[in-house]
Design a protein around this ligand. Structure first.
Ligand code: SAM
Length: 257
């Protein structure tokens, strides 16, 4: 039996709406995406295989919002909500934000794919366009530290896109799940730990030390973002060079030392 038939049959037997459910399971195994109670946004969610997997992982206390051009038949899980719309349109992103009602997502996943023409370059370009829409949406709705998964067909713009995603996350990985068909050119980019810092590594800025943390480092705030600066005291105003950026805080060194 080929691998393709195997996943197809497993999906039938285990009650998943699509064999692609196993791709998300395998990505989650490598990248550790979901926690109980998480809020997840799933773009290109029809017929609902990924919604089923995400709903199992977040449990009844979590929320999974699925968006697709196509109607998604209602799912059993009470965690799942669906929305019909085109993710390339601003009004769909507005509807999604309304539905989230001020909540931020812990994970945004996108399995969106264009209708295939068979022309490799065109299919690739359309896939990158959809992936960029998913990335834009993720930047709007993800919490600091949140994770992002996006399907892209391989081709000449993949490296540039991977670099863009890499700048917004602590790190990015390219994952090819076993459940992807051998013939497919798809890969999944996984961005872990969204960074929302207002400063970048290497920036030289002046900061005021507001207090001293339990480890003894001075603490400065830049637009609400915490920077730890070793060797400073509360009340100091110092010039620093940003050294290390994490999703929720960063480190900077005194420039005068
Ligand atoms: N992950 C799904 C599952 O497990 O059931 C399968 C997704 S399927 C491979 C790709 C989906 O992307 C299709 O249902 C398609 O309608 C959707 N899609 C493509 N372009 C879209 C767009 N611009 N906005 C929203 N959904 C889109």
């Amino acid at each position: 039996m080929t691998r393709k038939d195997d996943y197809y049959n497993r999906a039938k037997q285990q009650g998943y709406r699509a064999r692609s459910a196993y791709k998300l399971k395998q990505i989650d195994e490598t990248a550790d995406l979901f926690d109980r109670g998480d809020t997840v946004v799933d773009l290109g969610a029809a017929p609902g295989g990924w919604l089923q997997v995400a709903a199992e992982e977040v449990g009844e206390g979590g929320t999974v919002i699925g968006v697709d051009l196509q109607r998604i038949d209602e799912l059993e899980s009470e965690a799942v909500e669906t929305l019909r719309g085109d993710m390339t349109e601003e009004k769909t992103r507005d509807k999604l934000r309304d539905r989230m009602d001020g909540r931020q997502a812990d994970v945004v996943v996108s399995d969106m794919a264009p209708n295939m023409t068979g022309q490799y370059d065109l299919d690739h370009a359309r896939s990158v366009h959809l992936a960029r829409q998913a990335f834009k949406t993720a930047r709007e709705v993800l919490a600091p530290g949140g994770d992002f998964v996006v399907k892209v067909f391989q081709g000449r713009d993949l490296d540039d896109f991977r670099e863009e995603v890499g700048e917004a996350f602590e790190y990015v990985r390219t994952v090819s799940p076993e459940a992807s068909r051998d013939s497919s050119s798809e890969v999944f980019l996984v961005g872990k730990g969204q960074i929302t810092a207002p400063v970048e590594e290497g920036d030289r800025i002046e900061v005021e030390i507001e207090s001293v943390g339990s480890e003894g480092d001075g603490i400065a705030k830049v637009e609400g973002y915490t920077l730890f600066v070793p060797g400073t005291e509360a009340g100091d105003t110092v010039e620093v060079v940003v050294d290390d950026i994490k999703p929720k805080f960063g480190f900077a060194d005194r420039a005068d030392e």
